[in-house]
Every structure is written in structure tokens, then in C-alpha cells.
Ligand binder design. Structure first.
Ligand SMILES: Nc1ncnc2c1ncn2[C@@H]1O[C@H](COP(=O)(O)OP(=O)(O)OP(=O)(O)O)[C@@H](O)[C@H]1O
Ligand SMILES: O=C(O)c1ccc[n+]([C@@H]2O[C@H](COP(=O)([O-])O)[C@@H](O)[C@H]2O)c1
Length: 221
């Protein structure tokens, strides 16, 4: 039998701000799929949505506080350092150049993100570079037809493929559903209500100390 590949996972997001939906998803995926690393990957300037409500530096700091001393999760801030518009395909090409062809890379996302895949920059290249691990998200359904449905039927694979192949498969997973969104967190703060228990206390403290998300403009992204 061949040795399993070393496998790293990336979990990309705007993290505006990071919340327990993100953190549980990342931790459960790392444990369930035995990734050697699970890197949280904040995007700098996503083109597909409005600019984040707060700066990259604040989002980076909130992630660092959220991860704290959790050894299972790490922060990869390459997209913030690269600056400019953020495209996942650029990040994956950079990582492939850095880490080589034989390592397995999985890009993790919620189902809402997968549904937008055909609008991502050079999306057809993504599966040459990485696997996609997709987690169900309350309120979102798998499509029954169209490009994403076809992609799922041609690329779906068992978990063992993530360590057997470097890229190219899609794994769909059901996990603890946590109906939390960063939009809801921002809206609560803008209305003067508490988002406590939706995100780590250290992140909430940082938001309060820095007066983040207090205006409707910052919350309505
Ligand atoms: N509660 C959740 N359960 C499962 N996946 C989630 C959850 N929240 C976010 N995700 C996934 O995490 C990734 C990054 O999400 P993002 O940072 O945009 O958070 P968000 O809560 O969706 O933010 P916003 O409300 O601002 O759109 C996306 O792939 C998204 O699908
Ligand atoms: O590369 C793209 O065109 C692209 C389009 C939409 C989303 N993404 C990535 O998908 C991840 C989740 O996006 P979001 O908007 O839910 O934070 C994040 O890492 C984004 O950079 C990437």
C-alpha cells in the first residue's frame, strides 16, 4: 500500500469578523479528515463582494485572538501580505510553487461558497491545484442541475482520496450546523445588541476596544 500524502487544508474567508461557525468548522474538519495542518486564510480584497467593514489588520488581529493557543488551527496571512484583489487561484498557485506537487491541498468552504464557484476567477483551474471540501450550511441546498451539480457528480470522492491524490476531488460533508454569520454579528453590534456567545470573548473585547462595526455602513456589507 502507498504511503498517504501529507495533507494541508486552507479555510479561506473574509472573517469580518471571525465567529464560532468558522472555528468549529475548521476544527471539526481538521480532526475528522486528519489534516496535518488547518490554516485559516483571510482574504484581503475580495472582488466578489463589498469591501470588508474593517481593515485587513483588524481582521488579522481578530483571527489571531480567536485561534489563541489552539494548536490545531494556524493563520496564513499571505493574501493580506500580497495585497491587491484576492483570487484563490493565485494563492493556490503560489502554494503549489512553494510546497510542491506531491502534497495534498484541500480548500474548505461552506456550501454557499461552492454555489458561487462558476463566478470565481479562473475557477476551472482550482481543481488542478486543490481538492474542495464543502460543508453544509444551514439555509443552503445542493443544486440539482447546472454547472455546480455537474461538477459535484463528476468530482465527488470518498475522504480517503484526500490523502491519496494531491488535488482534483470534491468532498461534501455534514457537520454540526451552526447558523451563525458575520453579517448577523455586525448587525447586532450596529443595533447596540450583544453578539456574545456567537464569537470568542477575546474577539468581542477587541471589537469593543476598537469601536468596530458600530455604524450601519460597516455592518451592512
Ligand atoms: N456558520 C457557518 N457554517 C458553515 N460554514 C460557514 C459558516 N459561516 C461561514 N462559513 C463559511 O466560511 C467561509 C468564510 O465565510 P465568511 O468569512 O464570508 O463568513 P460569513 O459568516 O459567511 O460572512 P458574511 O455574513 O459577511 O458573508 C465561507 O466558505 C462560508 O461558507
Ligand atoms: O477567487 C475568487 O474569485 C473567489 C471568489 C469568491 C470567493 N473566494 C474565496 O472563497 C473564500 C470564502 O469567501 P467569502 O466571501 O465567503 O469570505 C475566501 O477565501 C475567498 O477569497 C474566491
Amino acid at each position: 500500500m502507498t504511503e498517504p500524502l501529507r495533507a494541508i487544508a486552507l479555510f479561506g474567508g473574509t472573517f469580518d469578523p471571525v465567529h464560532f461557525g468558522h472555528l468549529r468548522m475548521a476544527l471539526e474538519l481538521r480532526e475528522a479528515l486528519h489534516f496535518d495542518e488547518m490554516r485559516l486564510l483571510p482574504s484581503h480584497q475580495p472582488r466578489h463582494r463589498q469591501s470588508p467593514g474593517v481593515s485587513s489588520a483588524h481582521r488579522r488581529q481578530m483571527l489571531a485572538l480567536a485561534i489563541g493557543d489552539c494548536a490545531e488551527l494556524t493563520l496564513d496571512d499571505r493574501e493580506l501580505r500580497r495585497g491587491g484583489d484576492t483570487y484563490t487561484v493565485d494563492t493556490l498557485e503560489e502554494l503549489r510553487a512553494e510546497l510542491g506537487e506531491s502534497l495534498s491541498i484541500s480548500f474548505c468552504m461552506g456550501l454557499d461558497s461552492l454555489l458561487t464557484l462558476p463566478r470565481w476567477h479562473r475557477w476551472q483551474r482550482l481543481l488542478d491545484l486543490a481538492h474542495l471540501v464543502v460543508v453544509a450550511r444551514p439555509g443552503w441546498q445542493l443544486p440539482s442541475q447546472g454547472e455546480v451539480a455537474e461538477l459535484i457528480s463528476s468530482r465527488s470522492a470518498p475522504p480517503s482520496d484526500l490523502r491519496r491524490l494531491p488535488a482534483g476531488r470534491i468532498l461534501l460533508r455534514e457537520q454540526t450546523p451552526l447558523p451563525i454569520s458575520a453579517t448577523a454579528v455586525r448587525q447586532l453590534i450596529a443595533r447596540g445588541q450583544s453578539p456574545r456567545f456567537l464569537l470568542p470573548d477575546a474577539v468581542l473585547e477587541y471589537i469593543e476596544d476598537n469601536g468596530l462595526y458600530r455604524t450601519a455602513a460597516a455592518s451592512d456589507r
